[in-house]
Write a protein that binds this ligand. Structure first.
Ligand SMILES: NC(=O)c1ccc[n+]([C@@H]2O[C@H](COP(=O)([O-])OP(=O)(O)OC[C@H]3O[C@@H](n4cnc5c(N)ncnc54)[C@H](OP(=O)(O)O)[C@@H]3O)[C@@H](O)[C@H]2O)c1
Length: 303
């Protein structure tokens, strides 16, 4: 199948490109600022997706059978730092893509986030009311509703906090820990904030299965088999790399009330509909965390 993949240089996109090409698909990957190789991509296109007109140009130029929209300004702090640009990338572009996908009758899978919920009534089912606490969550919630209004055959998948090995070596949770550790800093991690984490590789496998199921549309959840606290995740990462746990600090949300106010407390997700439809095993945290490798830049510094 010919697949148009936006966000090909990102944590999810790069994992998907590798898996899809190994499974015999032809992947046309769109990146923003990334200028190096993306493994598995047949054609690599650098485009600024803050311009929604790129949606039509890409679909008309490539004629894909399926579009995976994994491009986003995906960190809440980056959205707060540039609300206008993040609105363009996180909302305006996906909506434009949905309009074009509906006109061209191309399968569209758009990625969303657990952050559409407030974290006070987990586990969340796909049909539960959204109540985002931060700008990123509001943008993702707006995009979900408008993508589905523009293309009723689209599938929107909400994802949890992800881990994996990124192309930059600086994107995912453990890579950010190494950046802190390289600067001689410890990582402060909440013991009372829970996420049903999963790996980008697990998301890639789900997306490949979902791409083949054009009958599945609407909102879905995908996550790992269990939820963990941020601190438990940090402990597992320390164990994986033989790092002393003195490099992580257990914190409680009440110690940082202003910071915690914009962070949902528990974002466990009910993934039953996608489990039932795809029949894929959901990932066990303790096994999946062993996929993580020390980033190349940290190996060079002998960290
Ligand atoms: N990572 C998580 O923990 C997580 C959790 C829940 C949901 N999600 C969602 O899952 C999806 C994939 O996330 P991710 O973690 O893979 O994201 P990521 O690693 O931050 O990558 C973002 C991708 O979007 C591209 N991009 C951003 N702005 C762009 C622009 N103006 N023009 C062109 N490309 C642009 C980036 O390209 P360049 O780097 O080349 O500029 C990169 O390929 C997103 O929808 C995100 O909201 C992620």
């Amino acid at each position: 199948m010919k697949i148009l993949l936006t966000g090909a240089s990102g944590l999810v996109g790069s994992a998907f490109a590798r898996l899809a090409s190994a499974s015999g698909h032809e992947v046309f990957g769109v990146v923003g600022r990334w200028s190096e190789i993306v493994f598995g991509v047949t054609g690599l296109l650098a485009r600024d997706l803050s311009d929604p007109a790129q949606a039509q140009a890409l679909v008309q130029g490539i004629h894909p059978a399926c579009i995976i929209n994994a491009a986003a300004i995906s960190e809440p702090a980056a959205c707060e730092a540039d609300p206008a640009r993040s609105q363009q990338v996180n909302v305006d572009f996906p909506v434009a893509l949905a309009v074009v996908a509906a006109q061209a009758r191309v399968r569209l899978i758009h990625l969303s986030s657990e952050q559409v919920f407030d974290g006070e009534s987990a586990p969340y089912r796909p049909g539960d009311a959204v109540r985002p606490l931060n700008l990123y969550g509001r943008q993702k919630a707006e995009a979900e509703a408008r993508v589905l209004a523009a293309d009723k055959h689209a599938a929107v998948v909400r994802l949890p906090l992800l881990f994996g090995n990124s192309l930059t070596g600086r994107r995912s949770v453990h890579e950010k820990f190494f950046e802190l550790w390289a600067a001689g800093k410890t990582a402060g991690l909440f013991v009372d904030e829970r996420r049903q984490v999963c790996s980008a590789a697990s998301v890639a496998a789900m997306l490949l299965a979902l791409a083949a199921r054009r009958d599945l549309h609407g909102i879905f959840h995908w996550a790992g088999a269990e939820s963990v606290s941020r601190h438990e995740m940090g402990q597992a990462i320390c164990r994986q790399f033989g790092v002393d746990e003195k490099w992580i600090r257990a914190q409680r949300r009440a110690e940082l009330p202003e910071f915690a106010a914009k962070r949902p407390r528990d974002l466990s997700l009910d993934c039953a509909p996608l489990d039932r439809e795809l029949g894929l095993p959901r990932e066990k945290f303790a096994e999946a965390i062993t996929q993580l490798v020390r980033p190349a830049w940290a190996r060079e510094l002998e960290l």
